[in-house]
Ligand binder design. Structure first.
Ligand code: SF4
Ligand code: SF4
Length: 95
């Protein structure tokens, strides 16, 4: 399998994907229906969202979190992402 890359960095090194707070989630599945990248699946009855393909998530996208009526989806902050990418660019000698 070909390693997926993001700006020269292996995508799997970048911890950018939704984290669901199940204490808050009401199971509306808006996030599941919204994301076109197969990041989410569902589990249980009643169904709850589960993150099945975290590294399919588009780095910097957080549109599902914005649509969640319960503020149950968390991402790193944009500042944290900047710092993570900076460190990884250093690690991979990308300047
Ligand atoms: S949109 Fe929010 S409340 Fe609805 S299923 Fe997703 S995480 Fe749960
Ligand atoms: S942030 Fe964007 S790409 Fe990532 S799971 Fe949500 S909708 Fe999908």
């Amino acid at each position: 399998m070909v390693e997926r890359m993001y700006l020269g960095i292996p995508r799997r090194e970048i911890p950018w994907y939704p984290q669901i707070d199940y204490e808050r989630c009401i199971g509306c599945l808006t996030c599941v229906k919204h994301c076109p990248h197969n990041v989410y699946g569902t589990e249980g009855n009643p169904a709850k969202p589960v993150v099945v393909n975290p590294y399919n998530c588009i780095v910097g996208c957080s549109s599902c979190a914005k649509l969640c009526p319960s503020e149950a989806i968390k991402f790193p902050s944009k500042d944290e992402l900047r710092e993570i990418l900076k460190n990884l660019r250093g690690k991979y000698g990308l300047g």
